[in-house]
Design a protein. Structure first.
Length: 468
């Protein structure tokens, strides 16, 4: 016996079986980026701001700051010898074995630009833009395993379930375009340790979550129509579904509303996405600047797409480049990853500057923690010449978006083990980036489970030295 579609459950069943069989774009992968109208409307910043968008170049796996940005000649002098006992004292650290021999820098450093920034020889392109960068050499984190540390940096909490950085930003500022998701995620290299929780909306409404792009096939799942389904049929189905939910909006099923919004976004993406991903309009000079082959997935292509996304009004873009976990052969690891990322990272900053976009686009580069001054001692690796996890000190850089260029903030000791000047916790970095977007990290809250939550929890201080 047929059930009337006017019932709550009947409408839901009809929408699932009817609309979403015609509009498969609303399946998993787009639900989280859907808009239900007003929630994604542009919002005014809480205070003055320079940045309107963020491109976060996240180096998953943790690059070695000691071989890239924080030169320590003392490591060369002590190479092969045990770490001096005074460095560790009576403290106990995960992944720190006092008997492990000191490992000197694997590469030479040069000072670049009028700022005199120390940058490794494996990053020649970054060296050329040193005066545009703000280095923070005194980053610290409380997590020493990849997934929890990535979670902390991206969500403010070491376990899954909290809204991601990009989700908080979109929640606070809304979207500047209705044709593309406000928060987009790209990835290159190996798999991402923290998984989809790193760009999830958590307990925020689903429309604030990130939309991840694929490297093969349709960049967004189900972007192409299935055989026999026309754009006109999709439009008619969406209009019918919207009409069925209008009589009782207060009683609308949240899942149905989210899926309807996802289908609407997906419908618009069919028109807007081809223009975003078609790089044929980019000049040869631009492609060469990034080192980009338009036909091949790469970090360079992801950086170029990120610029195009921000041009089109996307609020937050994260590029995950996984592969920096150098427990063995740290020199080889860094050469490979530098070759993949150096040119494109620098090109992105220069391209944004050349187009007059850098002042309003905040670019951040770094991983979840640092690497040890000592050699990895895992017996399965033998004489590995790798470095272990080191949450006590690491380096990140920022550019654009109201950041003060050409400076280095913070300092580590002569072995790069401890921060000895201007420590910057993960929460401080988050507070600073939000501040540059005009968002007060103490006021950007969401009420859930009986209390207010925020990205920085009860922590975080803006790093004023980083502000232009």
């Amino acid at each position: 016996m047929n059930q009337p579609v006017s019932s709550h459950s009947g409408r839901r069943a009809f929408l699932r079986q009817g609309v979403f069989s015609l509009a498969p774009l609303a399946l998993a992968g787009l639900d989280s980026s859907a808009a239900r109208g007003a929630p994604l409307a542009p919002k005014s910043p809480m205070g003055s701001s320079r940045a309107k968008a963020v491109i976060h170049l996240f180096m998953s796996g943790a690059p070695s700051q000691l071989d890239l940005f924080d030169p320590k000649p003392e490591l060369t002098r002590l190479e092969g010898k045990p770490l001096p006992p005074s460095v560790i004292g009576n403290q106990r650290y995960a992944f720190i074995r006092p008997e492990a021999g000191v490992l000197g820098p694997r590469f030479k450093f040069r000072r670049h630009g009028s700022s005199g920034a120390d940058i490794s020889e494996v990053f020649p392109y970054l060296g050329r833009i040193a005066d545009r960068l703000c280095f923070i050499r005194s980053m610290k984190t409380e997590q020493f395993n990849h997934a929890p540390a990535q979670m902390l940096l991206q969500t403010g909490f070491s376990q899954p379930g909290r809204p991601s950085f990009g989700s908080w930003v979109v929640y606070g500022l809304g979207a500047e375009t209705s044709e593309l998701p406000a928060y987009m995620v790209l990835s290159t290299g190996a798999g991402i340790s923290g998984g989809a929780a790193l760009w999830s909306a958590g307990f925020l409404p689903g429309e604030y979550g990130g939309t991840r792009l694929r490297n093969q096939g349709d960049p967004i799942l189900h972007l192409s129509n299935p055989p026999g389904i026309t754009r006109e049929a999709q439009r008619a189905a969406l209009d019918l579904a919207a009409g069925l939910t209008k009589p009782r909006p207060a009683a609308a099923d949240p899942e149905t509303s989210t899926r309807l919004a996802a289908a609407e976004m997906a419908f618009r993406l069919q028109a807007s996405a081809p223009g975003l991903f078609d790089l044929s309009g980019e000049s040869r000079a631009t492609l060469e600047r990034y080192g980009c082959d338009p036909a091949k997935p790469s970090f360079a292509r992801a950086c170029l797409l990120a610029r195009r996304m921000v041009e089109r009004g996307v609020r937050f873009v994260t590029i995950f480049h996984e592969g920096w976990d150098a427990h063995s052969d740290v020199a080889g690891n860094l050469r490979r990853n530098a070759q993949a990322t150096d040119q494109a990272s620098a090109a992105l900053v220069e391209d944004l500057a050349g187009r007059g976009m850098l002042d309003e686009t905040l670019v951040a580069w770094g991983g979840e923690f640092g690497r040890t001054p000592m050699v990895e001692t895992n017996p399965t690796l033998g004489r590995s010449l790798g470095r272990d996890h080191h949450p006590q000190a690491f380096t990140m850089w920022l550019a654009g978006g109201g950041v003060r260029p050409g400076i280095t903030i913070g300092r580590t000791d002569e072995l790069g083990f401890h921060v000895v000047e201007r420590p910057v916790e993960v929460y401080d970095l988050q507070a600073t980036m939000l501040h540059l977007l005009g968002l007060d990290h103490t006021r950007l809250t969401f009420h859930h489970a009986g209390r207010d939550f925020r990205l920085t929890d009860i922590h975080g201080q803006v790093v004023r030295e980083a502000l232009a």
